[in-house]
Design a protein around this ligand. Structure first.
Ligand SMILES: [Zn+2]
Length: 170
């Protein structure tokens, strides 16, 4: 009884105590529910269902279009840079990108990767490049990714920045 009194005093008031218990229970329920989405992968890792890698430019004008590329039950792991894939191409950082993808594929059992570029990208503009280069880069990186990650579905999209419409690039 004495310890209960001390605990209550520490919590502030009986009302606060009820609040703490409620928060605790919500946390337990949340963790249990989250746990159900994990399945065991072939290599014994915990895989998170519906995890999708989304590679995009940091430009906030394409936020809505990027959200529109995801199904409601997909959880995006976003790799965002100024210039999207061009950031990796000009700096010869493609091996860094592949390293990140490899880790995510193994850790989360990623089955799908969405590669994007967008029209009127400031990064391409600074390099005096436009839509043609954006499309060519999308196709080239997609081809390489398909070769290196045959188990992953790779989709490439060119986002029209002005109207927030995405076009699938084959
Ligand atoms: Zn951009």
């Amino acid at each position: 009884m004495k310890s209960a009194k001390i605990f209550l005093a520490g919590a502030g008031s009986p009302c606060l105590f009820v609040l703490w218990v409620t928060i605790f229970l919500i946390t337990v329920i949340h963790c249990t529910t989250q746990g159900q989405t994990y399945t065991e992968g072939g290599e014994g890792h915990s895989h998170l269902k519906g995890t999708v890698i989304l590679i995009r430019c940091a430009d906030p004008r394409i936020n809505d279009a990027c959200t529109g590329l995801l199904d409601p039950d997909e959880r995006p792991v976003v790799i965002s840079n100024t210039g999207s894939i061009k950031y990796f191409l000009v700096g010869d950082r493609l091996s860094d990108l592949y390293g990140q993808i490899r880790l995510l594929v193994h850790k989360f059992g990623v089955k799908k990767l969405i590669l994007t570029n967008h029209t009127h990208c400031g990064f391409y503009k600074e390099l005096a490049l436009g839509e043609e280069a954006e499309l060519a880069d999308l196709r080239a990186v997609k081809r390489r990714l398909l070769k290196d990650f045959p188990e992953v579905e790779i989709k490439g999209y060119l986002i029209d920045t002005e109207v927030s419409v995405s076009t699938l690039v084959e």
